[in-house]
Design a protein around this ligand. Sequence first.
Ligand code: AMP
Length: 285
Amino acid sequence: MNSRELNDRAAWLRGPSAECSVVPERLEQPWRLVLLGPPGVGKGTQARLLTQRLGACHLSTGDVFREAKTRNERQQTLAMSAALNSMRRGTLVPEAIVWQVIRERASCLRCQGGFVLDGFPRTLAQAKVLKLLLESEGLSLDAVVNYELPLAEIVSRLSGRRTCQSCKAIFHLTAQPPRTEGVCDLCCGALYQREDDRPEAITVRLDAYQSSTAPLIQFCRNLGLLTPVVASGSPEEIFRRTATALEKRRKFDSGSSVTSRKSARVWSPEMLACGGNESGNGNNI
Ligand code: AMP
């Protein structure tokens, strides 16, 4: 796989002044999806698999906040420092800050390759405003995929999760260990445990999900968009289930490119050899 073909999300991660080095192809019928589900259910991994298959861009609000963390303190706005504090505690970032982030990046919602929103919306209020925002742009969602998993499995997934500092690929200490301990298989970056994956933050995040995010499910069901998917098993199994569920809504392909598009591929760790010529670069995963 040629990593240059992947979307790099620069405008999403760094803000409107950043330009994406790889602009997604223009699709006749781009996919526009929202991924829902408790933390640890694997939304980030599925978002990456989906975006690779569909040519869409992976828009994660959590990644925007984590990206801000890598800037030194003088480069951080007061709003971003407040967001990072919430994130460390495992609580939701205040709505006004989330809206500032989304408003600044509204052009990413118009991306010609479509999008997979991961981690947004997270409250009923966010869902309602997103609906209005999309309507005002003449856009509509294809589906809201809701990943379901028992609580005990969620806790085990979160506490064993390790993330690549550089390309954001996700591993698990036992279920999906890297070939070399602490080193990313894809880009050789260092693996770390997210602050909000520590035990004290996990409980807070699950509580926040129950009280704020769970009510979204009924809202999306009422809109006829809810697409439930069981999130147990390997990432590939969950991806196949997701594809089957989406296929029922509309043909599950890349959305027919306006320019010629090569056959869609599904990402697998074996496709990229660590240290090889085609290793991931930056956030291109
Ligand atoms: P995630 O990577 O989606 O699990 O997000 C990590 C953290 O970022 C969350 O625990 C929240 O603190 C914050 N966050 C991400 N997205 C949102 C959102 N839409 N609303 C409020 N807080 C958010």
